[in-house]
Design a protein around this ligand. Sequence first.
Ligand SMILES: [Zn+2]
Length: 173
Amino acid sequence: MVSQNLEIERVEIIKNLRRRRTISAKVVGGVMRVSAPGNISQEKLSGIINKFKQRFKNKKVKQELNQNEDLPAQAEKLNQRYFSGKLNIVSIEYVTSQNGRFGCCNYKNKTIRISHRLAQMPGWVKDYVIVHELAHLIEPNHSKSFWDIVSRYKLAERAKGFLIATQQGVLLD
Ligand SMILES: [Zn+2]
């Protein structure tokens, strides 16, 4: 697979005097084209452009991770192994928007989101986070029965220790 360029090589600013407030940006082939009102201050504009760049980069990182790693297949494998294939997982994907957590599960919608930071971690730690989130499809809270389910994964305690050691203060939800 060809890796896509994550960098924006150039920013083009198009000032439009008729434009009042809205600023928009579009990225085509490494060029970010920003349309802004004519009277905007340089300072304000560069702040907004930085935000656009960050957003674009996050989007790219997310796309790449989800393309390169088949999280749904891995989740299904763990579903078979630890839940007898009984779970219904609507979606599982990497996201870049979770700075405070490694994963989260929407119990109602049966959707799971995994932090992009986990992509760098060993497979057995990733599997723990996936099993943890899968267990939330059965038990939304961190109850005794929840942890009983999670403990089916033999490396759960070790993985918890690993996550605590590498990411102080970051929790699973
Ligand atoms: Zn949890």
